[in-house]
Design a protein around this ligand. Structure first.
Ligand code: SAM
Length: 493
């Protein structure tokens, strides 16, 4: 039986696409290898949102030339956004690659590999499924418990035209999935043991049901061009899948943070008190040139209304520094916005010129060194906000969804002995003194003992300890959640 291995770079969308590739390959008779060295087929699922990510693919493929020579019949597949962006060109530029497959062509992967095994030539399939969009559904997990958290795609593509962004080119126009299918997938996941679902889409809150199956959500205005059916979808999931503990979503666009969505946050207990809402810049001049279609004042007003509706809700964001023409004043406006909104988390990126984007017409005139300096100042501001927030939680009681064992040393030096998970506001919490208990997938009450730089150290409350199941010796270890490799480790905040 041929064995495969998948390496994932980039965003949650790519992690999710990799999950679908696992499904498609397993169903076609492939088995997952312990690692690339044991694999016959190596899939690199790529990201092209910043240039660094693309460079990473190129150096990885360079290394793989040797891997290929060392085993007969070894195959290299490039999937994801670089595959979609470059198509056939990749095959011409890098002879090590055998198959290039775009995100919409994942179901064709076994067929392409089969043709290759019969002596076919290297091939690229990068065709958008515009007429009949396909949304691959997670196959029921094997006998072991499902991972506590899962992604569910509700839309693909992007109709925004942010001038820096390559996504409309690599993912095509927006296509939405019928709400019936979304609800059915979530219900199946929950009955297999999943507790938290994250709805995925490039502008996830522009969702509308292609079959018109959703009633208008309370608070939705027919005259508001920014209104969508996203709030109605959230309400339907909450009503139809009562066993779901948490319903997150990423990435929303600030334009679609409408009154109906704010009302849904106020009324639905399943929505955690945290939203990641990319702002990109705090300067109106830069926002205009980025074609973000909102002003700083609009962003502030909408997020303020959200926090007023859901006291204690925290926000995190994405910010680009060094966009063409960004002056010191523009950057100062971004810093002041970070403090004004009080983001409790931030992914910061140096602007990177991308092919097929409107911003290519603008000179990349902020020097690299200055971009780095601004990024460092941005992180300094956000780390200070996060540190104050986390230390303010010491001594409080929080509910944590336990996602797995903490494999990393450094949190008290007890690698593997700590359970870790997230609070409802998405803070990472490491749970001490519970190694003998089975907490996987449980929402447990903890008291916060200490604050680390980016996370919390917690202990089970007496009631939670009394209610917990003891860990059974020899029980299968939980299925680890798959994660992507950071493509900009130095930049991600
Ligand atoms: N669709 C989401 C949005 O824009 O709201 C996010 C998509 S993107 C995968 C994640 C982040 O990458 C963006 O929010 C932006 O901060 C960053 N990004 C996108 N294009 C970039 C570029 N050309 N240079 C630097 N950062 C970029």
């Amino acid at each position: 039986m041929p064995r495969y291995s998948i390496t994932t770079f980039g965003c949650q969308m790519n992690v999710h696409d990799s999950e679908r590739m696992h499904d498609v390959l397993r169903r076609a008779g492939y088995t997952e290898a312990g690692g690339p060295d044991e694999a016959d087929v190596l899939v690199l699922n790529t990201c092209s949102v910043r240039e660094k990510a693309e460079q990473k693919l190129r150096s990885e493929v360079g290394r793989l030339a040797r891997w290929k020579r060392e085993g007969e019949g070894r195959v290299v597949v490039v999937a994801g956004c670089v595959a979609q962006q470059e198509g056939e060109r990749l095959l011409k530029q890098m002879r090590t690659i055998d198959v290039v497959v775009g995100p919409d062509n994942i179901p064709e992967l076994p067929g392409l590999l089969g043709d290759l095994a019969l002596g076919g030539l290297p091939v690229a399939r990068t065709v958008f499924d515009l007429d009949a969009p396909r949304f691959l559904v997670a196959s029921p997990p094997p006998a072991s418990r499902a991972a506590p958290t899962a992604f569910v795609t509700i839309m693909k593509g992007c109709d925004e035209r942010c001038s820096f962004c390559i996504v409309p080119h690599t993912r095509g126009p927006e296509r939405y999935r019928p709400s019936d299918e979304i609800v059915a997938e979530i219900a199946a996941l929950v009955s297999a043991g999943t507790r938290e679902v994250t709805l995925l889409g490039q502008t996830v809150n522009s969702y509308s049901d292609p079959l018109g199956a959703l009633p208008r959500a309370p608070g939705a205005s027919a005259d508001d061009p920014d209104e969508s059916e996203f709030a109605a979808l959230l309400r339907r999931v909450a009503a139809d899948v009562p066993g779901l503990a948490r319903l997150r979503y990423t990435s929303p666009h600030p334009r679609h943070l409408t009154p109906s969505l704010i009302l849904a946050h106020a009324e639905l207990a399943v929505l955690p008190r945290h939203v990641h809402l990319p702002v990109q810049s705090g300067s109106d001049r830069v926002l205009r040139r980025m074609i973000r279609r909102y002003t700083r004042a609009e962003y502030v007003a909408r997020t303020r209304a959200l926090v007023e509706a859901v006291p204690g809700l925290t926000l995190s964001t994405d910010i680009i520094v060094g966009f063409p023409g960004e002056t010191e004043d523009d950057f100062a406006a971004t810093l002041s916005l970070v403090r004004e909104v009080g983001f409790k988390g931030l992914f910061g990126f140096k602007y990177s010129r991308r092919p097929h984007t409107p911003a290519l017409k603008l000179p990349d005139d902020v020097p690299e060194g200055l971009k780095g300096e601004r990024l460092a100042r941005l992180f300094e501001a956000s780390e200070a906000l996060l540190a104050a927030h986390l230390s303010g939680l010491v001594g409080t009681t929080q509910e944590v969804l336990v996602e797995g064992r903490d494999k990393e040393r450094g949190h008290g030096g007890q690698g593997g002995a700590l359970w870790s998970g997230r609070t409802g506001r998405h803070e990472i919490a490491h749970i001490e003194g519970a190694a003998e208990l089975d907490l996987l997938g449980e929402v447990v009450e903890v008291s916060i003992a200490r604050a680390n730089k980016h996370s919390l150290q917690a202990e089970l409350t007496e009631a939670a300890r009394a209610a917990a199941r003891p860990r059974q010796r020899g029980a299968a270890e939980p299925r680890p959640a798959r994660r992507s490799l950071p493509v900009v480790a130095a930049e991600g905040g």
